[in-house]
Ligand binder design. Structure first.
Ligand code: G4P
Length: 284
């Protein structure tokens, strides 16, 4: 029996054979750092976590970065931030992050810095490592804080090049390649959310099911949004059908073209043209 069958998750055979190796490698690398910077996707802050990072981090402080905050809703960003001990809301594409991140790292490690000072170490350089699931924005984030292009880690857990540190400023240095972790796929809900933001391939899931899930979620959590975007009556039983009819995504027999409707709606959802959406409630 494989892992997927045991946990009743969708049939994604996640990097077969690499898990144990990836885990060992990550564990080794994490031993070298003072702090872990874990990137999450602000649209799915819980589902974009890695299930075993807590165990691997061995009680090291973790700074959670809610990345792609520009794509999620502002109220939700603020609510989620409160859930974590250390957390920053971040847009790696347009913010300048060097000071914001290094100040936060120094604040979190204030005690460590003071202890080093008491021992006579005048200038301790803090070491950090960026980790996260594929496509969460690790390379973009690192390029932003180091202000130059660093190599993109291969998006497979366990595949990294040899260790090199990049000094960000006089206080903090960073491992130049991020650690790629596999996402949580223990249950169908997490997999669905990861597919919704385009983090995992959707051909492992029923795409129509995914769209219905998204439309019902939007109707419930963002009332009025679908009405505004597609000019439909949100109280319709079948929202997919209502949108497809309105947009004339029809076959020659005047039936709705399901495949087209599903693909176009998924595209709209993923590109965030539909609006800034957070797909997970705090506490879920
Ligand atoms: P990774 O190293 O974790 O795999 O992620 P990477 O930096 O390559 O970023 C993945 C995609 O996410 C990139 O889009 C990148 O521009 C985008 N991205 C990263 N941070 C942010 C952010 O804060 N806000 C927004 N809106 N986008 C962000 P891409 O190059 O278009 O790749 P893709 O969409 O084709 O995957």
């Amino acid at each position: 029996m494989n892992d997927n069958e045991k946990t009743n998750s969708p049939h994604i055979n996640w990097y077969p054979g690499h898990m144990a190796k990836a885990r060992r490698l990550m564990e080794e690398q994490l031993k070298l750092v003072d702090i872990i910077i874990e990137l999450r996707d602000a649209r799915i802050p819980a589902a974009s976590a890695n299930p075993i990072l807590k165990e691997l981090s061995r009680n090291k402080p973790v700074l959670i970065i809610l990345n792609k905050a520009d794509l999620s809703d502002e109220e939700a960003n603020k609510a989620w931030k409160k859930e974590f001990e250390h957390c920053l809301i971040v847009d790696s594409l347009s913010e300048n992050l060097t000071k914001k991140v290094t100040d936060e790292v120094k604040l979190i490690l204030k005690d460590k810095l003071e202890k080093a000072k008491a021992k006579g170490i005048r200038k301790k350089v803090l070491r950090a490592m960026v980790v996260g699931i594929p496509n969460v924005g690790k390379s973009t984030f690192i390029n932003n804080i180091v202000r130059k292009k660093v190599a993109k880690a291969e998006n497979r857990p366990g595949v990294t090049k040899s260790l090199q540190w990049i000094r960000i400023n006089e206080d903090v240095e960073l491992l130049d390649t991020p650690g790629v972790l596999w996402p949580k796929l223990e249950n169908q809900d997490d997999a669905r959310l990861l597919a919704l933001i385009g983090s995992i391939n959707d051909d492992v899931l029923d795409k129509e099911d995914l769209v219905y899930f998204a439309l019902n979620y939007l109707k419930e959590h963002y009332p009025g949004l679908l009405k505004k975007r597609y000019e439909i009556d949100e109280s319709e039983d079948d929202l997919l059908e209502a949108i497809a009819r309105k947009k004339l995504w029809l076959s020659s027999e005047n039936e709705i073209n399901r495949e087209k409707a599903v693909d176009l709606l998924l595209k709209d959802i993923r590109s965030s043209r539909i609006g800034r959406i957070c797909w997970q409630d705090v506490g879920e």
